[in-house]
Structure formats: C-alpha cells, structure tokens
Design a protein around this ligand. Sequence first.
Ligand SMILES: Cc1cc2nc3c(=O)[nH]c(=O)nc-3n(C[C@H](O)[C@H](O)[C@H](O)COP(=O)(O)OP(=O)(O)OC[C@H]3O[C@@H](n4cnc5c(N)ncnc54)[C@H](O)[C@@H]3O)c2cc1C
Length: 434
Amino acid sequence: MKETFDVAIVGAGPAGIAAAYCLAKKKRKVIVFERGEYPGAKNISGGVLYGHDLAQVIPDYEKQRCPIERNIVESRLWYLSQDGGYSLSYRDKIFADERRHNAFTVGRAKFDRWFAEQAQGAGALVVSGTVVTDLLRDQQGKIIGVVTDRAEGEVRAKVVLLADGINSPLAAKTGFRPEPKSHQVALAVKEVIELPEEVVDERFAVESGHGVTIEVLGAVTRGMDGVGVIYTNKKSLSVCIGATVEDLARNKVRPYEMLELFKAHPMVAPLIKGGKPVEYMAHWLAEGGYTAIPQLWGDGFLIAGDSGMLFNALHREGSNMAMTSGRLAAETIIEALQAGDTSQAGLSGYGRRLQDGYILKDLKKYKGFGQFLRGHNEVFTTLPAVAGLAAREMLIVNGVPKKAKQKAIWRELRKTISLRRLAKILWAGWRSVR
Ligand SMILES: Cc1cc2nc3c(=O)[nH]c(=O)nc-3n(C[C@H](O)[C@H](O)[C@H](O)COP(=O)(O)OP(=O)(O)OC[C@H]3O[C@@H](n4cnc5c(N)ncnc54)[C@H](O)[C@@H]3O)c2cc1C
C-alpha cells in the first residue's frame, strides 16, 4: 500500500478499536488490521463489559445500539468443595438504577463488530482478514509501519499501536515483550449454553434484562491455580473455566475435562439443566499481572490491552483496561503527532496517563496475588475440602451435639493442615491484596 497513515493499529479488539475511534474522531488517518474474518470472529470473553470505560470512548453507546445482553445487578462468589460449596452474593438496587450498566454482558462477536462499526463511522479504516506479520523499522530501529500478509502488504504509519491481544507473537518477536512464562498465562475454555430467556430469569431470580455473574474458586479446578465463571446472557449462559498453562501441563489435565467436571458440579448442573451448548471456545488469558507488564511504548510504537498484560485477574477486568489503555494511547498519539515527535520521548505521555489512572494502580495493588496463589496451593485443595466438611457437619442434624461436631471439624482440620500453615496462608493472602 502506497498510502502513509498517521496510525496503524494491529488488532480490532476493545483496545485497538477504542484507540481507532478516538483517533478517527480527531480526524487522524487510522488503519486497523484484524486477522479474523470480521472483528470479534477470533475473540472470546466471559462477556462482562464495563459501562464506565466504554462511555469514556462512546458516551451515548446505548443510543448507538450497543448489543447489551443483560445488565448485571448481582455478583456471586462461590467457594466450592467437590460436592458442595459456599455462596456469597451481593445484589443492589443501585445497579438497576443510577449505576445501571456498571457491568453488563455482551457476546464478543456481536460487540466487537458493533464497536468496529462505530470506529468506521467516525472515519477509521478497518481491514479484516489480514494478519500483520512484522513491523517496519527505519535504519535507527524506529517503527515506521507494519508488514501484512497481503500482496504489497507493507503499510507505513507515523505510529504503530500493538493491540493484538495476549497471544502476540508479533510483540514477542520484535522484542517489545518477552515471551510470557507458563505461569503468567492461563488457558480458559468457554461453552455458551442456550436456554429460554424466562428460564434464565427464573433460575437466577432476576427481572427481564437483569443478570448475575458468578465467580468460582476451589475444588473445581482440580487443585490447579484457576477460576471458573458463569455469566447470564439474554438467552444463554457463558460457562467458563481455566487454569494456568503451567498447572495444566504439570497435572496433564485437558481444559475440556475441567469444563465437564465444572458443569457436573451440584451447584452448577441445575443452572444449565436442559440447556443446549451452542458455542465452544478456548483462549489464553493474561495472568502475569503488574510484574509481567513490558515496556509499553518506544520509538514509533505503543502497546495496549492484553498485549501489554493489562489484565486484573482477581476482578476479571480486562475489557475495561483494554478500552481505557487504547483511549489513553490515542490521546498520547494525538499529542505526539501535534508536537511532531513520535519518538519514545514524544510518546512518554502514555506512561504518565497510565500512572495517573486506575490501571497501573490496580495492577500494582494486586501484584503479589498471582504469586500468593502459586505458593499456596491449599486454596484449591485442602481449604475448600475442610471448609465443605465444616459446613456439612454443622448442617447435618443427627443428634450429635454441636460441641462434638466442632471438635471433629477441628481434628480434621489439624490432620490436613497445621495451624501455623493456615495462619501463614491467611496472612499471605491478606498481604497480597491489601
Ligand atoms: C475466557 C475468558 C473470559 C474473559 N472474561 C472477561 C470478562 O468477563 N470481562 C473482562 O473485562 N475481560 C474478560 N476477559 C479478558 C478480555 O477478554 C481481554 O482482556 C480483552 O479482550 C483484551 O482486549 P484486547 O483488545 O487487548 O485484545 P483482544 O480482545 O484479544 O483483541 C486482539 C485482536 O487482535 C487480533 N490480532 C492478533 N494478532 C493479530 C495480527 N498479527 N494481525 C492482525 N490482527 C491480530 C485478534 O484477532 C483480536 O481480534 C476474558 C478473557 C477470556 C479468555
């Protein structure tokens, strides 16, 4: 391609499209390359998006017919043993009123397509079915464009934004981002299970249009460092589970086996009963956290979203960080283009913007959490088993005095874990998130 663009973006996910939209709105000449047949074709997510971050890109997204599935009014946290589990949930009227769309579910195939159409409407060029295979550099090593798999596929641009997601051989190959280690990446599988809308309403006790998210920890990951989720869509449920690549390889567990076990759990099975599986997908997740974030800008380039490891695993916030980092990258690029300096120094405003906002602060706060889970495997093994036993014992009415039950639980606990170790886990857990 002979034309030179202000900005070439790799990837039409939330990060790339947020940037493209903001740049196009400011009349910058921007091209987005997407390897999928259309934006969203290659994307998977449990499906929760956050209105705050989307509104900072497109304030009237509702009016623009953003394809929202359900507005989340309740969040549940489950801690499961093999046959049972604890459930902690919080539902609030505010999420139906003033804070409506604080979080909502979407189907990524539909959402990404809609988002890309908004960017195209603002003037961005989105080229699907095209893989960016390399980056163009000048003699000083500054990035000056991209190489695609099309005939005459070199495209020159003043700035390149890498928004190509976690599985980014491009970022790794070019030395911007070291290859993630196996404990810094999780492999998740997701099944979308179709159910009539009123059945979803009934099973989750919500009004039409309202929804629930369930985050699941404990025995369902078969002792591995991982998490499961269930999200309500309009006429389906997203059921998803994953674990770090390190643990999956070490335990020789196939992700789909984990999913089958999850679906069969007595807390999960009644929710999906009678449903029809309509989609099955697998994808990597950026679990590395703060310490895995690479240098996010340099001479002629920036990195946004998952490609930059901007994912908060504890709060499963990734799409919001992607959209906001994309928006901040766009603001930085506009400033740099105005100043005529797209060198590393000229683009350094990106680091400042990320520092000032919530993304780096949040990731820094939880920087020890991944290490905590890796070092305290009992969170997925001994603790859910003992916690389950304790609840079961106390709830069974069999004429045994409660004091005797308490002693039996205590004995069982001491048999499986020392008090010193338990105190250490609790203390380390607290320290990793405080
Ligand atoms: C199972 C699962 C559940 C999740 N649940 C949630 C959730 O509920 N809420 C949440 O906020 N986050 C969730 N996430 C995380 C969220 O999906 C990501 O954080 C978010 O999608 C990151 O956006 P992105 O734009 O950086 O990357 P992506 O969404 O991965 O988009 C990158 C795009 O780049 C394209 N691409 C890659 N390489 C090239 C190339 N060389 N040339 C051209 N195109 C390329 C890809 O096809 C893709 O479309 C989940 C992730 C997974 C895997």
